[in-house]
Design a protein around this ligand. Sequence first.
Ligand code: VGL
Ligand code: ZN
Length: 202
Amino acid sequence: MQTSENEILLVVDIQYDFCSGGKLAVPDADEVVPLINDFAKNFKHVVMTQDWHPAGHSSFASSHPGKEIFSEIEMPYGPQTLWPDHCIQGSHGSAFHRLLDIPQTELIVRKGFRHEVDSYSAFFENDHVTPTGLGGYLKERGFTRIFCVGLAFDYCVRYSAEDAKNLGFDTVVIEEACKAIDLNGSANATRKLFRERGIELI
Ligand code: VGL
Ligand code: ZN
């Protein structure tokens, strides 16, 4: 496969805290790193996201005394799952996996850096209105088709793909190059949502 000038690969959150031994380890996450490296060789254009939270971020259960990890609370922008502390700016856990090797990457988008709102999607914060700027960047550069890979299939990949599609990009998710957290059936719910929204899953 050789991709065209208007296609781009979006590599989501391949960071130590989502890999084995990390604070929010996604099962088997490390397995996708070599797959993504190989897949990326087909792409002239690649962008990555990096989950990037300040200490004490509002998405951390530890910021809400008495609340359990993986429970849900109501935030001003809607329901929010509470996570273990993870991807704290500048920590080892926030760094990209050392085996991730995609030197042609053109842009790294950091997200989740506002204390009071989480950001799963590469395009919008969890309030669904504050943009990260990536949509404008990709449109200005003339990209029309986005391939999504990375972590986690049912959170950051899911919301990124959904927003990409809503912004008018042809959107493809390569499931083999993703791994899911799978809380309360979220992996299957993601597959169903992709079918309903016309997001291609291969
Ligand atoms: C993610 C939960 C919290 C992800 C990031 O990358 O899917 N999930 N922060
Ligand atoms: Zn996060």
